[in-house]
Design a protein. Sequence first.
Length: 86
Amino acid sequence: MIDSMALAKAIEIQSLAREEQWRCDEDLFYLDYGLEPPRLFIWIERIFVASGIRRKAMKKADRPEIGRSASSGNDGCSQAAACSRM
């Protein structure tokens, strides 16, 4: 338990020292965190995003009973606007 607390404190001190270095040299921050992810990960992410967009579009296009009423009641109105005028 004490070892893990000492490790956490050491990591905290190291992190604070690195932040102080970043304050002195802003370019160092961008060198640490400015790396782009590998192109393979970017490519895989784009495939997932594109497939998700395509799946949503296909769900909307394949809706059954497009002409059904938006009203919740079954009072015979074919359109919600017609029900609101009554």
